[in-house]
Design a protein around this ligand. Structure first.
Ligand SMILES: [Zn+2]
Ligand SMILES: [Zn+2]
Ligand SMILES: [Zn+2]
Ligand SMILES: [Zn+2]
Length: 536
C-alpha cells in the first residue's frame, strides 16, 4: 500500500457520532439533552462486490478538404478506412494492457467510477484519424468547372451596346444631320454598327477570358479531395452491485447516492481492473461500509432509524419534530388569524428552538431561503411541509404584531414627505434648480427625485417602527448582551409609501401652480392632455 489510507471510525464511534447529531437537532425542542440516548444498535461492517462495466462505442465523424493532404493514417479508400476503424476498436480491448488502460479511465477518477451508470466517458487516447484521396466529384478530377458567369457559353452580352449591335453615331450625335446635310458616317441613319462587338451584340466572357471554364470551386482547382474519418471512441458505463448481499436500507442508499459515496469516503472501496475471467471491460470493486439499525430514546419517545457509511449518515428517521411541535403550531395558527394575544402566543411557541429559528429566518430571509436554512439545521425529524408551514406562520404572525406600528411608520414617513415637498415646490427650491436645465423638457427629472425620496423615507419609517415591535416580541430569543438586530419586513406597505409620495407631489405641484411659482413642463403636458380627453 503506497498511499496513506484514511482512518475509518469503528461501530461504537459511529453510533456516538449519530447520537451527537440527533442531540444537536433535538436540543432546545422541549427535550433534555441527557434524555436522548441510544437504546440499541446493530451497526456492523458489511462487504459486497460491485462493478462498473464499459461498452465501447465507435463514434465516427467525417469531413473533407480540397487537394491532397494527410490527416492521421493515410489509406486507400473509404472501405479501407472503415476496416481500419473496426480493427482499431478490436485492438482497443485485445490485450490486458489495452483493457487496463481503458479501466483506468474509471479508476483514476476521485469516485473510482463507482456508481457511474449510463454515462458516456470519452476515451481520448483512442482518438484516431484516417484519410484517403479521391478525384473531385464536382469536376470529375478535371480541376475545371464550367464558367459560373457565362455557363460555359464563352460569351456575354456586349457591355457597350447592351446586345443591340448598334451604337449612336458619334459624328452627328445621333441626329443624322451635320450643318443641315446628311451625316456622312451614318448616312442619316443616326446609328452605326457597335465597334466593340461588330454588330453581333456579344463579347467574350470576361470572367473566363472566353474559355468557358474556370477553376473548380469544390477542389480549389486541385482535381482531388482529401476525405477524413475521425474515430473518437466513447465508453458507456453500467453500474452493477449485488443488492441481495446487503441490508435493504443500505441498498436504498447505494441505489440513490452511489456516485457520491466513494468520493466522500462514506464507504471503503478497493478497485481493480476487471478480470479476464469475468470477460468484461471496466472496473471491479470490493466495498466495505458500516450499516445497521439504530434505536434512539428521545425523552419518552422511541425513534428507529438506519445508519449508513463512515460519516454516520442517518436515514429513515421518523418525523418526531413534526409531532413534538404540533401543539405550538396550532397556537401559532390561531395567532396568524388574530385569535388571542398574538405576542404571547409567539413568545410561548418560540420556546421550541426550531420555531424560534423559523422566526429569525423568516424575518431575515426570503421564504424559500428561510425554508432551506431551517431544513439544513434540522435535518432529522422535520418534514419539508412542516418547515414551509413554520416559515409561513412566522411571516404571518410577524406581520400581525407589526401591523399598527408599520401604519404609524407610513404616516410618519408621509408627514416628512409632505414637509419635503412643501419646501421643494413652495420655497421654491425646484424652480431655482430648473433654470439650470439645458431644456425645460427635461424637468421631469426634478420631479422623480422628490417622489423617490418620499417613498424611500416612508419605507425606512415603516421598517423602523415595525422593527421595534418585532424586537419586543422576539427579544427573548437573543442571549443577554447579544444585540438584537432583528429588522421588520415592510409586508407590502412599501408600495403604498411610494404611491402616496407621488400623490403628495402632484398636490404640491398644483398648489405651486396656483400661487404662481409655475408648473413643470411635463405636468402641464399631461394635465392638458387629460383635460382635453375629459372635455371630449
Ligand atoms: Zn474539382
Ligand atoms: Zn465565362
Ligand atoms: Zn451619323
Ligand atoms: Zn456591341
Amino acid at each position: 500500500m503506497s498511499e496513506n489510507p484514511p482512518s475509518f471510525p469503528n461501530a461504537q464511534q459511529l453510533a456516538d457520532a449519530a447520537l451527537e447529531h440527533v442531540r444537536s437537532v433535538f436540543r432546545g425542542n422541549g427535550i433534555k439533552k441527557d434524555s436522548i440516548k441510544i437504546l440499541s444498535h446493530t451497526v456492523q461492517t458489511h462487504r459486497m462486490n460491485a462493478g462498473t462495466y464499459l461498452e465501447l462505442k465507435p463514434v465516427v465523424s467525417e469531413r473533407n478538404s480540397p487537394g491532397r493532404t494527410t490527416a492521421g493514417q493515410l489509406t486507400t479508400s473509404r472501405q479501407e478506412a472503415m476496416r481500419l476503424i473496426d480493427q482499431a476498436m478490436l485492438a482497443a480491448i485485445a490485450n490486458p494492457v489495452a483493457k487496463a488502460q481503458i479501466a483506468n479511465v474509471l479508476l483514476e477518477r476521485p469516485d473510482k467510477g463507482f456508481g457511474l451508470n449510463r454515462e458516456m466517458l470519452p476515451l481520448d487516447f483512442l482518438k484516431k484519424d484516417f484519410s484517403w484521396h479521391e478525384a473531385c466529384p464536382a469536376c470529375r478530377g478535371s480541376a475545371q468547372s464550367s464558367c459560373q458567369v457565362c455557363g460555359g457559353r464563352r460569351t456575354e452580352t456586349c457591355m457597350k451596346c447592351h446586345g443591340r449591335g448598334l451604337m449612336a453615331c458619334p459624328m452627328c450625335r445621333a441626329t443624322g444631320l451635320i450643318h443641315g446635310n446628311k451625316c456622312t458616317r451614318c448616312h442619316g441613319q443616326r446609328y452605326i454598327p457597335c465597334d466593340l462587338c461588330r454588330r453581333s451584340g456579344m463579347m467574350p466572357c470576361r470572367a473566363c477570358n472566353g474559355l468557358g471554364t474556370s477553376k473548380c470551386q469544390a477542389c480549389a482547382g486541385q482535381g482531388s479531395k482529401t476525405y477524413i474519418l475521425s474515430l473518437a471512441p466513447q465508453a458507456i458505463t453500467y453500474f452493477q452491485y449485488d443488492a441481495k448481499s446487503v441490508p435493504k436500507a443500505a441498498a436504498d442508499v447505494i441505489e440513490t447516492q452511489a456516485a457520491d459515496l466513494a468520493a466522500r469516503q462514506q464507504i471503503k472501496i478497493r478497485g481493480r481492473v476487471a478480470d479476464d475471467k469475468e470477460n468484461v471491460l471496466g472496473a471491479s470493486y470490493e466495498v466495505e461500509f458500516p450499516s445497521g439499525e439504530i434505536i434512539f430514546a428521545i425523552g419518552k419517545k422511541e425513534a428507529k432509524a438506519s445508519l449508513f457509511g463512515y460519516k454516520a449518515g442517518i436515514e429513515n428517521f421518523p418525523l418526531l419534530l413534526d409531532k413534538m411541535i404540533a401543539p405550538a403550531v396550532r397556537s401559532l395558527e390561531e395567532a396568524a388569524n388574530g385569535i388571542g394575544s398574538v405576542a404571547g402566543k409567539i413568545r410561548s411557541a418560540t420556546r421550541y428552538r426550531v420555531i424560534a429559528q423559523a422566526f429569525l429566518a423568516a424575518n431575515k430571509l426570503p421564504d424559500k431561503k428561510a425554508v432551506a436554512a431551517l431544513l439544513k439545521n434540522f435535518d432529522l425529524g422535520l418534514s419539508r411541509g412542516m418547515a414551509e408551514k413554520l416559515v409561513m406562520l412566522a411571516d404571518k404572525t410577524s406581520a400581525n404584531i407589526t401591523r399598527k406600528p408599520r401604519y404609524y411608520g407610513l404616516v410618519g414617513g408621509l408627514v416628512l414627505t409632505a414637509g419635503l415637498c412643501a419646501a421643494y415646490y413652495l420655497l421654491p427650491v425646484r424652480s431655482a434648480i430648473a433654470t439650470y436645465l439645458p431644456t425645460p423638457k427635461m424637468d421631469f427629472v426634478l420631479d422623480i427625485l422628490p417622489a423617490m425620496t418620499g417613498g424611500l423615507l416612508s419605507s425606512v419609517a415603516i421598517k423602523l417602527s415595525g422593527s421595534s415591535a418585532i424586537r419586543k416580541a422576539l427579544g427573548h430569543l437573543f442571549p443577554a448582551g447579544k444585540k438584537n438586530t432583528m429588522v421588520s419586513k415592510v409586508h407590502g406597505l412599501g408600495l403604498w409609501g411610494y404611491a402616496a409620495a407621488a400623490v403628495l407631489m402632484v398636490i404640491f405641484i398644483e398648489v405651486a401652480g396656483h400661487i404662481g411659482s409655475g408648473s413643470p413642463y411635463w405636468y402641464e403636458f399631461v394635465r392638458n392632455g387629460l383635460l382635453s380627453l375629459i372635455g371630449g
